[in-house]
Design a protein around this ligand. Structure first.
Ligand SMILES: Nc1ncnc2c1ncn2[C@@H]1O[C@H](COP(=O)(O)OP(=O)(O)OP(=O)(O)O)[C@@H](O)[C@H]1O
Ligand SMILES: [Mg+2]
Length: 250
């Protein structure tokens, strides 16, 4: 189980997450929705312990450890993986180089190159990515949608147990959205991870069925329910939950 308890986070003197609590059970797919600027991406970054964010109070328990006390590398070793809303390009390092290094770091064993290459090829094909992506520099020169798929390639190779998908659906064309959703569903069926999906649209949730939907406003969870809540957001907007569109910038 991943349990976030009374988490308050600030940047400078601005509180971004305000006494936020959220529990995600094993094998659960949870969705977080909310206006722009309400702290969704911040929550993901804090889960990975991005040092730009000051944790004022609270805990994030996973596998008997408080992630707020671990650094990002240690959190990655716990098999927590974040797919960034805007994946950054890293020049000079290819996908294959990064993934081989990451895998041998995690397992403390050299990577079997034959199996590694075979798996990379299979995943590229399933994501409809050219095999040249294996040796492309990370996200360099890739389109927005290709970057999202490239991050999924990383996910499949690293086999995380907790997956944070920050707007994986933004920038994807209709066919790419279906391919990406299919890939996530297949991953879920195979590994049964905890998944946190951040999205602004119900479209993705017609393809990936969540167990729970939470609404965040001004750094707090203000409503929780089943997937029909996402349908309400799509149809009625956040006013259905009595919240204004001011995000955290009031
Ligand atoms: N490193 C930072 N420095 C300064 N302000 C920040 C930083 N990170 C986040 N914020 C602010 O915190 C608030 C929440 O940002 P966050 O990126 O978490 O929003 P979000 O809910 O993911 O929004 P969106 O739906 O637009 O992606 C915003 O007002 C943002 O400007
Ligand atoms: Mg965001």
């Amino acid at each position: 189980m991943l349990e976030i308890k009374n988490l308050t986070v600030k940047v400078g003197d601005k509180i971004i997450l305000d006494d936020l609590s959220l529990k995600i059970n094993e094998e659960e797919i949870t969705v977080l929705m909310g206006h722009n600027g309400t702290g969704k991406s911040t929550l993901c970054r804090v889960l990975m312990h991005d040092p730009d964010y000051e944790i004022v109070s609270g805990s994030i328990m996973y596998n008997g450890k408080d992630l707020t006390k671990l650094n990002t590398t240690e959190i990655a070793r716990e098999k927590v993986f974040m797919l960034n809303q805007s994946p950054i390009a890293i020049e000079g390092i290819t996908n294959a180089e990064m993934l081989r290094t990451a895998l041998s770091e995690v397992s403390n064993e050299p990577v079997n190159i034959f199996k590694f290459n075979q798996k990379m090829e299979e995943i590229c094909k399933s994501l409809d990515l050219p095999l040249s992506f294996i040796h492309r520099e990370i996200n360099v020169g890739m389109s927005g949608g290709e970057r999202k798929k490239n991050e999924l390639l990383h996910m499949w190779m690293l086999e995380p147990k907790v997956i944070l998908l920050d707007e994986i659906d933004s920038g994807l064309d209709v066919d790419a959205l279906k391919i990406v959703a299919k890939s996530i569903n297949e991953y879920y069926e195979k590994y049964k991870p905890i998944i946190l999906i951040i999205t602004h649209h119900n479209k993705l949730l017609e393809l990936i069925k969540p167990n729970t939907v939470h609404i965040i406003s001004k750094g707090k969870i203000i409503a929780s329910g089943d997937k029909t809540m996402a349908e309400r957001v799509e149809n009625e907007g956040f006013k259905a939950f009595n919240i204004s569109g001011l995000g955290n910038n009031e």
